[in-house]
Design a protein around this ligand. Sequence first.
Ligand code: COA
Length: 227
Amino acid sequence: MASSTPSKPKWATVKTTLPVRPLPLNSTRAPVATDRLIIRALVAEDLESLNVIRSQPEVMINTPQGRPDIDIDETRPKLDFFLPPKDGAHYNFAICLKETGEMIGIGGCHQLKSIFGWPAMGYMFRKDAWGKGYATEFTKGWLDMWCKLPREEAEIEVDQRSFSEGDEQPLEIMTAFTSAENLASQNVLTKSGFERFLDWEDADLRNPDSQITLIAYRYFPSKHLAN
Ligand SMILES: CC(C)(COP(=O)(O)OP(=O)(O)OC[C@H]1O[C@@H](n2cnc3c(N)ncnc32)[C@H](O)[C@@H]1OP(=O)(O)O)[C@@H](O)C(=O)NCCC(=O)NCCS
């Protein structure tokens, strides 16, 4: 679904901030509780639960892959990507029910440098967990964790369309992307404090012969911390 390059990017090198990298390793990430959820570090034992999520066509239709994983061997590298020794390059977590400990989703920053040059976050939940406000609860909780990470100055190349023109030192942002058809995800992002900044047409990675409308969202960690 989401493309690797937004059409017609306008690159600029900017001075901004980012969380100190490498990011905290999985072994140092303390679980964080929200009202109904536990957001905790991913572990190798999550493979089966992740496979259940990634085996659901309704979940996977909203991913670039567009189809369920064939078997657990196809899911394994998707989890390994977020485990040591690669954990310092992402901030992605298991999302579990507080009451039972059951893993119902996965979410967080899966890319430190995404299509606009900024970090990007996302999430996916098992279908039986949809429609209960869990994604919004997770996103708000996770953004708070992200915003509280220690910062350092950074000089990075970003797409100018992600910040206001003439802004030489743009405020750091977290980005997220959805297809125009994914209204549930758009609602989650808006309710969690993201603002929509760009719509564009791109090749649909699920079906390279067709086009898709994608929507980019941004969130300002410094504004969150000021509140
Ligand atoms: C998108 C997803 C994470 C939403 O999870 P969720 O826990 O159901 O989300 P929430 O309950 O927190 O919020 C969803 C909101 O969208 C609304 N919504 C759901 N389906 C909708 C639809 N078809 N049209 C309009 N609004 C819709 C819900 O009513 C809710 O808003 P409300 O609280 O104002 O009523 C979940 O459906 C999912 O995992 N989908 C597959 C993976 C995916 O799409 N990931 C995001 C890729 S960008």
